[in-house]
Design a protein around this ligand. Sequence first.
Ligand code: SF4
Length: 411
Amino acid sequence: MAASPALESSASLDSPPSLELSDSFEEFRRAASIDAITRLAREVLLDPTYPTVRAWTRAGRGAVGCFPVYTPQELIHSMGLLPVSLHGGGESVEISHADAPLGSFLCSISKSTLELAMTGLMAPFRAFVFPYICDVSRNLEGIFSRAVPNATTHMLHLPQNFQSKASVPFLVAEYRRLIAKLEKAGGEPYRPERLVESIELFNRQRAEIAQLTATQRAEPGKLTLTESYLIRRLGGLLPREVHLELLGRVRKELGARPNRRKDAIRVLLVGSFCEQPTLDLIDLIEQVGCYVVDDELLQLHRWYDRVEPSGDPLENLAATYVRSPVDIGVRAAPTTKAAAIRQRVDAADAQGVIFLTAKFCEPALEDVVLYRKALDERKIPYLHLEFEERSAAYEQSRLQLETFVESILFD
Ligand code: SF4
């Protein structure tokens, strides 16, 4: 693929770290322990040059960038393409190009994702899918189509009324528009039997992840939130077959790990369903004495437990998304918020809630308003923190977290 005029004229990031992985992802297949897996995951996350995508596309295979929070990744996989969850540039990217087309009062993920595109680091991708979750994601698709003109971009419209009989056919029609674009972008022709195979593979991946998060909830001294996060994050970056093997090894090791208990409160972590907090901030929440027994990090694995593979796979995929119980700001159902947050607190046996929202993320902030009211009525304590991708100083957050934990521990 020839470089676009936009890419030719823009410099790459200054000396980005470049982790070279083998085409067959041997490094991950050989990583035998949780320590080894999470070490590799950190290296991947800190490298803005998409090492897993470069390894995959080196052999002539195509990759599709999927902006949060929902894309039918099973469908992309079934067309021989690697679906890659985009989560911005994290701590590694300084904004020097994307602040021209994007205003100041926008979330970091939109700016850093565009920065990566404008500096050529997203050149290995063949296509990008932006679900219409908010005004920011909607505008980003149009800007991307100019910043990376040789790649295909697609705006995926999602139903907003989950009771309407028209929602499933509407989403199936949206999937068909996506299929047509991906076929033009070099994906294999859509075949229902291939989609059934991909659905079964993703069902296995979701079941393993559900087991991981169930362990986090029932035996929180067995693995840290950071470990769980890093393992889950790889699930949107690696070929799913490689990730599934790795999850099997994680499950075995966890079975033998002791559940080391400490004085800590059980909390729900709410609001980080799109932009992701830094690893330092995730780590800090545990350091100050929290067991995170339920969270909204990395929404991609948690829309539903399972898609029915028999029958029409496109319709099953759409129906499962429409019937998903997930109730977050990007699915507009404000009337159900109060019941949803109380039910989650009860199910996780949580003692408090930490709202961890990206700065300027309107959908998350709207949720917070509704959730706070519901928690106040039940006298459930909560704390609200905001973050940005490149925040480095957490002293203020540490202080607020420590005060919150102590107020519950010594209540
Ligand atoms: S972080 Fe919030 S505002 Fe930004 S793209 Fe995601 S949902 Fe939209």
